[in-house]
Design a protein around this ligand. Sequence first.
Ligand code: ADP
Ligand code: MG
Length: 253
Amino acid sequence: VPKGEVILEVERLSKAFGGLLAVCDLSFQLRRGEVLGLIGPNGAGKSTCFNLITGVHAPTKGQVRFKGQAISGLAPFTVHEKGIGRTFQHPHLFPEMTVLENAALGTYARTRAGMLSCLLGTNRREEAAALSEAYRALERVGLAELAHHKAGGLALGQQRLLEIARALASSPEVLLLDEPAAGLRAAEKLELARLIRRLAAEGITVLLVDHDMDLVMGLVDRVVVMHYGEKLAEGTPREVQKNPKVIEAYLGQ
Ligand code: ADP
Ligand code: MG
């Protein structure tokens, strides 16, 4: 997909949890090379949207297309393998494993032998390749010096970077970041913003969820605003920030 063309398409997506419509008739497009913000008050359906894109949940209605191909209903592993990486709002790390091993878990999407044989050490060549890709991902986020430390000992800011490294280890074309700045100190947020800008400059397409409006508005090309599962507004940061419906949704929180 050339730069500027649609790479990921969310098409009239809905997800019901029992009687609750967490995502309701949501449509938007992500163009290759852009940074798109997905914002909205707590409970608006942002993480559910990520879970629908990445195969954690199957949609109740609607479709997700990646490079023109329908991907809804595929397993998370398969979606990851196709080139969509993500981080979680609450870091999903293995505290007893090293930083490098945690990052390497992100590469198994692309190795034929898969995670099991790598963990069992039955395929040395693939294991070595996975570890060197993981190490490069750690270098990209600035964690290489801690490669052999246990992940459980990392500070929150470092855990969030490790989540990003794990997603990068599979060389994704699209990267979904779910509240990467939550709990970070101001200096760490600036570092994170620089990292996201660098990744975008390298050609990775980014979908960014965060509550820090200064961070989001300073990084994104466009924003989609969600409220109670629906799309409330879409546009440039400037357009969205002066939209009365958006202002009201945030004030009413
Ligand atoms: P956001 O990330 O925007 O804060 P979420 O997508 O996490 O919002 O949640 C949207 C709504 O869906 C909330 O009301 C939440 O409680 C509900 N929800 C999310 N995941 C589940 C689930 N697995 N089961 C039931 N309800 C859920
Ligand atoms: Mg969330």
